[in-house]
Design a protein around this ligand. Structure first.
Ligand code: 4NP
Length: 154
């Protein structure tokens, strides 16, 4: 199984989701069975490490994002990944526009799939530290449910 998280810049939300899910898969003993990655719809930050604020907030909860580097999502990703999860509706719209007719990937809005109280992970880029905490809260909860789904699908 291959899971790809997608946000706008690939330096805040989707790298956080990648780090959180990878950690939870390791805890669940599924690390070798599920491959996790992230990408951005935009290309401004390609090659960069996650935002310092995302890295710091994640580190305090035990997630290491430091090895990740941003990349832009591509049409080829729809053939590679089984599940592509967008962080907000704008990301989802951009992904639908890119989606080839015969790609194998299932495309969904991450939080809506797991009946989160809100549908979108809010973009924290222009926010204070509280925004990064909320990103982690929302992603941790949905990732727990995603691990349960993946267990059932393997
Ligand atoms: P992300 O956050 O989509 O969660 O990585 C953003 C990062 C950078 C920008 C926007 C959102 N930006 O405009 O540069």
């Amino acid at each position: 199984m291959r899971v790809l998280f997608v946000c706008l810049g690939n330096i805040c939300r989707s790298p956080t989701a990648e780090g959180v899910l990878r950690h939870k898969l390791r805890e669940a003993g599924l690390a070798t069975q599920v491959e996790v990655a992230s990408a951005g719809t935009g290309d401004w930050h390609v090659g960069k490490a996650p935002d310092r604020r995302s890295q710091a907030a994640a580190k305090l909860r035990g997630y290491d994002l430091s090895a990740q580097r941003a990349r832009q999502v591509s049409r080829a990703d729809f053939a590679t990944y089984d599940l592509i999860l967008a962080m907000d509706n704008s990301n989802l719209r951009n992904l639908k526009a890119l989606q080839p007719p015969k790609g194998k990937a299932e495309l969904d809005l991450f939080l809506r799939r797991y009946q989160s109280p809100i549908d979108e992970v809010p973009d924290p880029y222009y926010d204070g530290d509280q925004g990064f905490e909320q990103v982690l809260d929302l992603i941790e909860r949905a990732s727990d449910l995603l691990v349960i789904e993946l267990k059932g699908r393997l």
